[in-house]
Design a protein around this ligand. Structure first.
Ligand SMILES: Nc1nc2c(ncn2[C@@H]2O[C@H](COP(=O)(O)OP(=O)(O)OP(=O)(O)O)[C@@H](O)[C@H]2O)c(=O)[nH]1
Ligand SMILES: [Mg+2]
Length: 387
């Protein structure tokens, strides 16, 4: 069946390793091992292509050969290699992450082939493992909006771009990510992904859990958006202050993949127009000034991040009522990305030429950073300087 939409970001597949071949008891022969199914990232591949080429979405590897009189050790079964686009995450049917194919060449074992039969198995080859797996494409954007439900992420995306994600006063309005582009007057464009809200337990796949977190991986800047008044999922649940929501977001990201916290991060405190902000904002500001480490020490242990996120900027805004504050966010986002941006593609060319003996000198140039207090993670960016 042809997929209805052009773009597919998730495939449910069945994978089975090849069975091992039988051994030959008379000659103590061992059967060949069954082939494995591998999932490998490859440039220019898409999940749509994969689906069109394999409509059944079943992938099996070759069986191992039986041991024979003239071939005591059976031939192993052929491995099956499945190509996926870079950025695919492989997870089990229950959502457990098995591995990532982030760049071309990365590979994940989808299903293992069975061992060949020998003395230890009564000469009977073992069956290959069979699994149902999700292949999910992680989104790429420069900036990812990270926040509790209802914080105003979609409202902010609407304010900075032409994207029109749905905005509503209930949590989990955004169910799947949407991308908007910020256009700057000098033609620079920055893509922003509006992501579903994250709640306590997201790293255990509660709420929209992993479907949210996987997308954060491929963004360069984490833009935390919090409601200055905090968050309460329902009247019977605990009310979280704005500060607690920041700590919980931090903790959930850390539990999912601590290295995500190495990414530059910025905090937007939204809904400054609400009357209660007169009380809640000074309180939040005081706690942020004390430092996330110090303030978080007062939180219950399960909410306390071990590795506090470092915000490059903290911007109080009203996404709904104050366009000027939104402009400030735009400017700060750009400033952050310009400092931390991944090396431009031509830098790779420079490195390639260096390796191949081309005459190119590289100089360290320290990038001017207005806010580099306590940023242990940051290395000065190396810029090419053509001699
Ligand atoms: N007072 C006030 N309300 C706001 C502001 N920004 C957003 N809201 C309201 O907050 C509610 C949630 O806004 P959304 O933009 O849908 O929030 P979200 O973070 O995308 O929520 P999810 O998609 O559920 O995660 C809506 O009723 C918005 O109108 C603001 O600056 N001030
Ligand atoms: Mg939303």
């Amino acid at each position: 069946m042809k997929p209805r939409t052009k773009f597919i970001d998730k495939l449910f597949v069945y994978m089975k390793g090849g069975a091992g071949g039988n051994g030959l008891p008379k000659l103590n022969g061992i059967g060949g091992k069954g082939g494995d199914v591998w999932i490998t990232a490859k440039e220019n591949q898409t999940l749509r292509k994969l689906k069109l080429q394999n409509p059944s979405q079943r992938f099996t590897a070759g069986v191992g050969e039986h041991s024979r009189k003239f071939r005591i050790q059976g031939e192993p079964g052929e491995d099956r290699v499945i190509h996926v686009p870079p950025g695919v995450q492989v997870s089990a049917a229950d959502g457990t992450v098995i591995g990532d194919c982030n760049v071309a060449g990365d590979r994940v074992l989808g299903a293992r082939g069975g061992d060949g039969g020998g003395p230890h198995t009564g000469y009977i080859g073992r069956p290959g493992t069979a699994r149902q797996l999700y292949l999910t494409l992680k989104l790429i954007a420069d900036v990812g909006l990270v926040g509790f439900p209802n914080a105003g992420k979609s409202t902010l995306l609407r304010a900075v771009s032409r994207a029109r994600p749905k905005v509503a006063s209930y949590p989990f309005t955004t169910m799947s990510p949407e991308i908007g582009i910020i256009h700057y007057s000098d033609m620079r464009q920055i893509s922003v992904a509006d992501l579903p809200g994250l709640i306590e337990g997201a790293s255990r796949n509660i709420g929209l859990g992993h479907s949210f977190l996987r997308h954060v991986e491929r963004t360069q800047l984490l833009l935390f958006v919090v409601d200055v008044n905090g968050f309460q999922l329902s009247p019977d649940r605990v009310k979280r202050s704005a500060f607690e929501t920041i700590a919980i977001l931090n903790r959930e990201i850390e539990l999912y993949k601590p290295e995500l916290l190495e990414k530059p991060a910025m905090l937007v405190v939204n809904k400054m127009d609400s009357p209660a902000a007169a009380e809640t904002w000074p309180e939040l500001k005081r706690r942020l000034a004390e430092g996330l480490d110090a303030s978080a020490a007062q939180l219950p242990a399960d909410l306390r991040p071990r590795r506090p996120v470092q915000f490059d900027h903290v911007v109080p805004i009203s996404a709904r009522c104050d366009p000027e504050s939104v402009e400030r966010v735009k400017a700060k986002v750009r400033a952050c990305l310009d400092i931390h941006a991944a090396p431009p593609p031509d830098l790779e060319e420079v490195h390639r030429r260096m390796r191949t003996g081309g005459v190119v000198a590289l100089h360290n140039r320290t990038v001017d950073m207005e806010h580099d207090r306590g940023h242990r993670r940051r290395q000065p960016r190396k810029l090419p300087q053509l001699a």
